[in-house]
Design a protein around this ligand. Structure first.
Ligand code: ADP
Length: 474
């Protein structure tokens, strides 16, 4: 059984959010469990790319519409990431600094998918199954099934994982002419609401579909940004599998990105030492609870409410807590969060950037992690926070509902709220401040959370079970 994961991100080569974490960790765990896995992603011009040795393994040509494009597949030398890592470059299209955010993204990812299949078709021993991640790979199951150029790939099974259904890869119907030739009467498989919809196409054409938490899948049946009916139609092949965390990367006892390493037995001391480090940098009083937000500053994360909610909380609980926001995203949200720096000097600081090392330092330093998400397919932040003994304050939605139990319940360890509003977020902060006053309970909760097993082991096995059943029935 040979598996090829394909996605737009893969940590440590390229990461924007949780997708990168998953594609960088799941194959590593599967390899360690005896399942040969490799990963293919576009060749983004990242620091990692420049810092490592690569060998050219394939050169080919594709034609997209009127454009003749040369592509190259490179493979990372050595095995430092725990699996074979391949990158595909198309000159002028994929070799760029950012993973997403270009006007021609639709064309870039379409060309990537076509070139990837050409490469796979050229392999002497092609994979038995493609594990495809998010809409950037969503047209591949269709092409394998219906494009004449790829008829030899028909026996390869496909599993499509939805990390985020709000990004669907939508294009005008006329872009179908950019795909390699296929029977016209199959066009309907590409479309949803008269447009090419890569996510919908994958749900229709992949052999199996998973979401990154069971809770998120049940929500998608009622609210999936227009795909509700399709999810109902295809429910038999859909399954929710909760993401895990990569213990090699996210472990306070070994994490080289944090100031002071610590284990469960000395969690209070370890967290305080790390908090001192951060508070000294920002001129905060380390005796106050430190509440952090880490994430993309976008609507889905309810980051648009953050600035008002933080101001509300400071009005209700003045000088009772410190707060740091680490993130980037929508310009107006970035601006709102920056503007309030001067009003709460000494208690609040926004860090508008993407900074992997600082995020680790914050998980280790913070007493609480705030995650008021509007939608949350799984959420890794709360799992990382728990691993570092940081208490999550979350809105109970999607994967957050699956993984965080409110302190009012038996063995509860988080602060949860149902409705999303500025007041609810501020109330959550209030409950956190109150909890922080109870040292004994905080210590118990920290130790309990650090003990919860969120390793990839279990989920990696669930995927392997699906691989086996698809491969044996193909
Ligand atoms: P999503 O994939 O929707 O962005 P997740 O919670 O699944 O959300 O994963 C987010 C990942 O991205 C986590 O690893 C988090 O630490 C990281 N992250 C998000 N924003 C930043 C940032 N500004 N700097 C560093 N890491 C970040």
């Amino acid at each position: 059984m040979k598996i090829l994961h394909i996605g737009a991100e893969c940590y440590p080569m390229a990461k924007v959010g949780g997708l990168g974490d998953v594609v960088g960790a799941l194959p590593k765990y599967q390899v360690s469990m005896g399942v040969p896995c490799a990963v293919l992603l576009p060749m983004h011009r990242t620091f990692f790319l420049q810092q490592h040795q690569w060998d050219v393994v394939h050169k080919g040509k594709i034609c997209i519409g009127n454009a003749d494009l040369d592509f190259t597949v490179i493979k990372k030398s050595g095995n430092s990431v725990g699996f074979d890592l391949y990158c595909l470059d198309i000159f002028g299209l994929l070799d760029r600094e950012k993973v997403y955010g270009y006007d021609d993204d639709y064309f870039r990812f379409l060309a990537f998918q076509v070139a990837a299949l050409h490469w796979i078709a050229s392999l002497e021993q092609p994979p038995d199954l493609l594990h495809l991640h998010d809409h950037h790979t969503g047209l591949m199951p269709f092409m394998i099934k219906y494009c004449f150029a790829f008829s030899q790939l028909k026996n390869i099974s496909t599993l499509f994982t939805i990390h985020n259904a709000s990004y669907q890869g939508i294009m005008d119907e006329e872009f179908r002419n950019l795909l390699p030739a296929f029977d016209d009467w199959k066009t309907g498989m590409l479309l949803w609401n008269n447009q090419i919809n890569s996510l919908a196409c994958a749900i229709k054409c992949a052999d199996s579909v998973t979401t990154v938490s069971p809770g998120y899948l049940s929500e998608l049946y009622n609210n999936s940004f227009g795909l509700e009916q399709l999810f109902h139609q295809e429910h038999q092949k859909c399954k929710g599998i909760l993401n895990g965390i990569d213990d090699e990367v996210w472990n306070p006892a070994t994490d080289r990105m944090i100031a002071v390493k610590y284990e469960q037995e000395i969690v209070d001391w370890g967290k305080y030492a790390n908090k001192m480090h951060v508070c000294n940098t920002f001129g905060f009083d380390a005796e106050l609870p430190l509440i952090v937000f880490i994430g993309r500053l976008v609507w889905e994360k309810a980051a648009d409410l953050l600035s008002s909610a933080i101001q509300d909380a400071f009005r209700l609980f003045p000088e009772k807590f410190n707060c740091i926001v680490l993130g980037n995203g929508d310009a107006s949200i970035e601006q709102d969060l920056t503007l309030i720096n001067r009003d709460y000097h000494g208690f609040y600081r926004s860090q508008i950037k993407y900074d992997e090392a600082f995020s680790h330092q914050l998980y280790a330093s913070a007493d609480f992690l705030l995650m008021p998400s509007r939608t949350e397919p799984c959420g890794l932040n709360q799992l990382y926070a728990m691993r570092y003994g940081t208490i999550p304050i979350v809105r109970s939605i999607g994967g957050l509902k699956d993984t965080v139990v409110d302190i009012s319940a038996k063995n509860g360890f988080g602060i949860c709220f149902e409705q999303l509003s500025i007041q609810e977020i501020a109330n959550g902060v209030g409950r956190a401040i109150e909890l922080y006053g109870n040292n004994k309970q905080v210590t118990q909760i920290r130790k309990h959370m650090m003990n919860i097993n969120h390793s990839w082991q279990k989920s990696a096995n669930e995927y392997i079970d699906i691989y086996r059943s698809l491969i044996s029935s193909s």
